[in-house]
Design a protein around this ligand. Structure first.
Ligand SMILES: NC(=O)C[C@H](N)C(=O)O
Length: 336
């Protein structure tokens, strides 16, 4: 075999569920299957090639479809990852995960993991029972990546379809095809080929080793929700979120984060009540300019830079564990 390694690295596989652990009625069932049914040992056993890639151990952290991911799951997972990475005999971590919120978990971990050791999230678009299931090859590549010294210090990574993506900028961009994961304009980090990673990009943003966020003493995160911008938008959802006690609101604005005239007074009111307002964009690419579509200085709003709404939500939750100062929070959006 071409996989030539003196001493195999120890890669801990943490399983959380998803389609990679899903099963369907027949080999041609690629929709209408059940996610999160196959356990971690069965996932490992299905890929005997893993034994040559690394010394792998498995742990079932939870077993859910990723659309049901919660802040509590994230805190549990993040703490376990940091605990494992602090051990001398763990060289890297692979997390098997549903694809629906995989980019969110990856970005959360990117902000709270404190280690240079590789952390790789992996999923599949087809259940484990399907013809040409993508889970086994994706898992194999993820383990090779987590075992590679070249992958150290690059932040949390996502490995699917022979591609390596960075947690900050990757997004799921197709509902069902196997090539669903993309880093649209900012570019993926590299490729997996011939049993090893090839890197071409690194992020300029802070993550993992130099993060200022610490979840070790947290057992909850502040409530932050997203209001979606659209023609004929109203403030019903926004008002309900504020009434329920939200500490922050992400406005997934139209265009470059524009806010409808009939919605702006609601956001101003919410800010006066103490909630932090972050203007993000539903578009998927580009910068939301500070003081562009709204006078953020005057209204005391924050902009999400290039973070999509679901990732802007994660950064705001973590920011709120440290400060309520909007200048400080704005700095964080330009840092991570
Ligand atoms: N392909 C998948 O993994 C989708 C599934 N609904 C999940 O996120 O758990």
């Amino acid at each position: 075999q071409e996989v030539a390694q003196q001493k195999l690295a120890h890669v801990a596989i943490l399983a959380t569920g998803g389609t990679i652990a899903g099963s369907g009625a027949t080999s041609t069932t690629t929709v209408g299957y059940t996610a999160a049914t196959v356990g971690v040992q069965q996932l490992i056993n299905a890929v005997p090639e893993l034994q040559k890639a690394a010394h792998v151990t498995g742990e079932q952290v939870f077993q859910i479809a990723s659309e049901s991911m919660t802040n509590d799951h994230w805190l549990k997972l993040g703490k376990r990852v940091n605990e494992l990475l602090s051990k001398d005999d763990v060289d890297g971590i692979v997390i098997t995960h549903g694809t629906d919120t995989l980019e969110e978990t990856a970005y959360f971990l990117n902000l709270v993991v404190k280690s240079r050791k590789p952390v790789v999230l992996v999923g599949a678009m087809r259940p484990s029972t399907a013809l040409s299931a993508d889970g086994p090859i994706n898992l194999y590549n993820a383990v090779l990546l987590a075992a590679s010294p070249d992958a150290a210090g690059k932040g949390v990574m996502v490995a699917l379809g022979d591609q390596i993506h960075g947690a900050r900028d990757v997004t799921k961009s197709n509902t069902s095809t196997p090539d669903a994961f993309r880093t649209p304009e900012l570019g993926m980090l590299g490729y997996m080929q011939g049993n090893k990673p090839y890197f071409y990009h690194v992020t300029t943003r802070k993550h993992t080793v130099d993060t200022e966020f610490d979840i070790s003493k947290l057992d909850a995160l502040p409530q932050v929700d997203i209001v979606y911008g659209y023609a004929n938008m109203n403030t019903v959802a926004l008002n309900a979120f504020i009434a329920s006690g939200d500490k922050g609101i992400i406005h997934a604005g139209t265009g470059d984060g524009s806010v409808a005239a009939q919605v702006k007074p609601g956001l101003v009111e919410a800010r006066k009540k103490g909630a932090i307002i972050v203007r993000s964009a539903r578009v998927g690419n580009g910068i939301v300019a500070r003081n562009g579509e709204a006078n953020d200085d005057q209204l005391d709003f924050v902009v999400s830079d290039t973070l999509n709404p679901q990732k802007a939500r994660i950064l705001l939750m973590l920011a709120l564990t440290k400060t309520n100062n909007t200048k400080e929070i704005q700095r964080m959006y330009y840092t991570y």
